[in-house]
Design a protein around this ligand. Structure first.
Ligand code: PGA
Length: 255
């Protein structure tokens, strides 16, 4: 098994954008543009309030539904949080975990990322687990160490069988929303390093099968070069996923 046999995943991360009516309008525009593009899995990770309307609109299409976070507890006194059972019942299949914006602004740490990942996988959902170094860390030359710690901590107690539902998104923090993309070579080097780490943590077979995305200012222009790299199995796309033409161009680049 090698890159050719791993099915790419192109996931849009809408972040805190699009009211339900805007989401409706957007998805109605996207649907015909992406119809028949079946060379990669297409996912939209939408705000919780948009889940119901998007679930209805994408029924029967090749677009899959994702959420942007999920709590680790089954239920209870966690004001403002959403459980995996709630998401599942709404038709959600993917959940982003450990996004750098959660780490940066909402006190997310490796330990809580791990708890959330375990809850998502325990519920039978797929996780898009985000890891990434800060600019200062890259400049200090500790990127591999930082990424290794984030991956190891987030995957603590995740079984080899559950790894089939884990997508790792390598997202250098300095590249997110900045218009600065990692070079395709750097993206390949770090995603390759993650793959080697998975071989050690699990097995060479699991590492070969693992889906590892790049994220951080991926756009219609740079997607093809990034996605052609041997270790890059797709993208997690923020800004460009909010423009139907651009998101479609990225999906086409992954075919
Ligand atoms: P960006 O965001 O594409 O806007 O840089 C990527 C992400 O945060 O997942």
């Amino acid at each position: 098994m090698g890159k050719a046999l791993r099915r790419k995943v192109i996931a849009g991360n809408w972040k805190m954008n699009m009211t339900p009516s805007q989401a409706c309008e957007f998805i109605e525009k996207l649907k015909p543009m992406t119809a028949g593009l079946d060379g990669a899995d297409i996912v939209v990770c939408v705000p919780d309030v948009d889940i119901a309307v998007i679930a209805e609109k994408i029924a029967g299409t090749n677009i899959k539904l994702g959420a942007q976070n999920a709590h680790w507890a089954e239920k209870g006194a966690f004001t403002g949080e959403t459980s995996t059972a709630m998401l599942k019942e709404m038709g959600v299949e993917y959940v982003i975990n450990g996004h750098s914006e959660r780490r940066q602004y909402f006190g997310e740490v490796n330990d809580t990322v791990n708890s959330r990942v375990l809850a998502v996988l325990g519920a039978g959902l797929k996780t898009i687990l985000c890891v990434g170094e800060l600019l200062s860390e890259r400049e200090q030359g500790v990127t591999d160490e930082i990424i290794s710690i984030q991956v190891k901590c987030a995957l603590r107690n995740v079984t080899e069988e559950q790894m089939e539902r884990v997508i790792i998104a390598y997202e250098p923090v300095w590249a997110i929303g900045t218009g600065k993309t990692a070079t395709a070579e750097d993206a390949d080097a770090v995603t390759g390093m993650i793959r080697s780490l998975l071989a050690k943590l699990y097995s060479p077979e699991t590492a070969e099968k693992a889906l590892i995305q790049y994220g951080g200012s991926m756009n219609a222009k740079n997607a093809a070069e990034l996605l052609a790299k041997p270790n890059v199995d797709g993208g997690l796309i923020g800004g460009a996923s909010l423009v139907a033409e651009d998101f479609t161009a990225i999906i086409k680049a992954a075919q």
